[in-house]
Ligand binder design. Structure first.
Ligand SMILES: Cc1cc2nc3c(=O)[nH]c(=O)nc-3n(C[C@H](O)[C@H](O)[C@H](O)COP(=O)(O)OP(=O)(O)OC[C@H]3O[C@@H](n4cnc5c(N)ncnc54)[C@H](O)[C@@H]3O)c2cc1C
Length: 471
């Protein structure tokens, strides 16, 4: 029966970081990964690599980052966690650099202050999924090398099936390899299984009844195993209900060349989106992530359509390194095009009178600077609204893509998993997408998938080293 100080599962960044850190501090460590392939698919491999705290660089002063979290979450983020997060961001980055992880700082995305820290080499932006040789892929390989150098082990093809509890503490886990059950005894366990994007039942329970009509814009092997196993030994969940994701062309449900890029966020943020009745149903000015959530919550998430004009296509269509113009077409996407809104409605299968009314009301509100009086209101503090007036007019069928679930296991500032009464489950840690506490809420606050791996991963490894060292 294998015996370790710390076992983490799986082998994405959230699992490797605590393992490497704890091994560096002298622990006997093992990482378990369900996939057998040495370059196994996971979100840390798919990643674009832009490390950030709510879109801001990890190296900003602590007080600035605390404020960033407060602003992004509208105050809904757990304040204790926010403080620790802000305090640890830069240290986690420096530790990764010390372990040979390379970063670059290109000017991409919507960096609000200075360039973010991007895993090197930066993604060669293109339509479709291309992770080979990019920062995430290279970083996983580097951390695996470090793990081995510090004496740690990585067992592939091992799927964790349950957590073991004794006297209120986690003391190991059970797993399966090639159909054979294995027990791993461990003084501590880190759950790092990457969230539940690919588990329709959990997406239905926590996000939308129409889970089968959401694009899994992520690795297909993250099914919320860790959350369910930790719950079974008393863990509390927090911050569920929303997700990090983007708007994509509806054909992305079938066509792999249309996701993760190009997203259609920039177009939606500039134009309007309507439901099957031709009516607006969301504040487009909140941006792509909240809009992806709004679309997901429609009775039929595959019924939303983006409506825009020639001017918006020319401008917002070219925003970002993978603009819809030209990448939508290159990936096999398309749009309906018409000289009049009436004709466009016919092509897109929308009620013509309702669409004409929606666009007229929107254009009037735009002309009189009264967009906030619309129902739903159209905010303009984050993204400029454009009128829909210049032919040709375009309609693009949308779907909502889920990149990362928000919310999950409730943790404390040392990444220890908590029970509903706030007490700690000794020996149980969580890092990355499986954690809750900072994200979500009414503003659909996003803290950064990578920073949750870097920060909670480092803290989990360090605390586990103390804890296991004392046992
Ligand atoms: C296309 C894309 C682009 C992104 N771009 C960015 C970006 O630019 N910036 C950013 O901050 N974030 C980004 N993210 C998000 C970020 O990459 C992820 O949040 C992060 O990598 C998650 O790491 P993780 O270790 O928690 O999960 P993962 O990397 O998904 O690893 C989880 C691992 O757990 C394994 N596992 C699951 N269940 C079990 C089990 N029962 N037993 C054993 N193993 C199991 C899985 O096989 C997997 O290998 C992006 C994500 C995607 C999909």
């Amino acid at each position: 029966m294998p015996q370790f100080d710390l076992v983490t599962f799986g082998a994405g960044l959230s699992g490797l970081i605590p393992a490497v850190r704890a091994a560096q501090l002298g622990l006997k460590v093992c990482v378990l990964e369900q996939e057998p392939d040495p370059r196994h698919l996971c979100n840390s491999r798919y990643t674009t690599g832009v490390g950030n705290v709510a879109y801001f660089p990890l190296t900003l002063p602590v007080e600035t980052l605390e404020q960033v979290i407060e602003d992004a979450s509208g105050g809904s983020a757990d304040k204790d966690l926010a403080r620790v997060y802000a305090k640890t961001a830069k240290r986690a980055l420096r530790w990764l650099q010390g372990e040979g992880v390379r970063f670059t700082r290109p000017s991409i995305g919507d960096n609000p202050t200075e360039p973010n820290w991007v895993l090197a080499p930066a993604r060669r932006f293109n339509h479709g999924l291309d992770w080979q040789g990019n920062g995430g892929d290279v970083t996983l390989q580097q951390l695996e090398r470090k793990l081995k150098r510090y004496g740690g082990e990585l067992h592939r093809g091992v799927a964790v099936t349950s957590l073991l509890e004794e006297n209120g503490a986690c003391v190991g886990l059970t797993a399966e390899k090639d159909g054979t059950a294995i027990r791993y005894d461990a003084k501590a366990v880190t759950v790092a299984d990457g969230g539940f994007m690919a588990n329709q039942e959990m997406v239905r329970e926590h996000i939308t009844a129409a889970a089968d009509k959401i694009l899994v814009r992520s690795a297909p092997n993250v099914r919320g195993d860790g959350m369910r196993m930790a719950q079974a030994i008393g863990a509390e969940l927090s911050g569920l209900g929303t997700f990090y994701g983007h708007l994509q062309h509806r054909d992305a449900m079938e066509n792999e060349k249309l996701w993760p890029y190009p997203t259609l966020d920039a177009l939606a943020q500039a134009a309007i989106i309507v439901d099957a009745g031709g009516n607006r149903f969301a504040d487009e000015g909140r941006g792509g992530v909240p809009l992806a959530n709004d679309v997901a919550r429609l009775d039929d998430p595959l019924s939303a359509t983006l409506i825009l004009d020639a001017q918006i296509w020319r401008s917002a269509g070219r925003i970002g390194p993978v603009g819809a113009d030209p990448h939508l077409e290159r990936g096999g996407g398309w749009k309906w095009e018409a000289a009049t809104l009436d004709e466009l409605a016919g092509l897109a299968g929308l009620p013509a009178a309702a669409l004409a009314e929606t666009v007229a009301v929107y254009n009037d509100a735009h002309a009189s600077a009264e967009l906030s009086a619309l129902n739903p209101a159209r905010s303009t503090d984050k993204f400029k609204a454009h009128p829909i007036v210049e032919a040709p007019f375009y309609a693009i069928p949308l779907c909502s893509g889920i990149t990362g679930t928000m919310g999950g296991l409730r943790i404390d500032g040392n990444a220890r998993v908590l029970r509903p009464d706030g007490s700690v489950i000794d020996g149980l840690y969580a890092a990355g997408t499986t954690t809750g506490g900072l994200e979500g809420g009414p503003k659909v606050a996003y803290m950064g998938g990578l920073s949750k791996a870097y920060i909670w991963g480092l803290l989990a490894g360090e605390h586990a080293a103390d804890y296991a060292g004392g046992h």
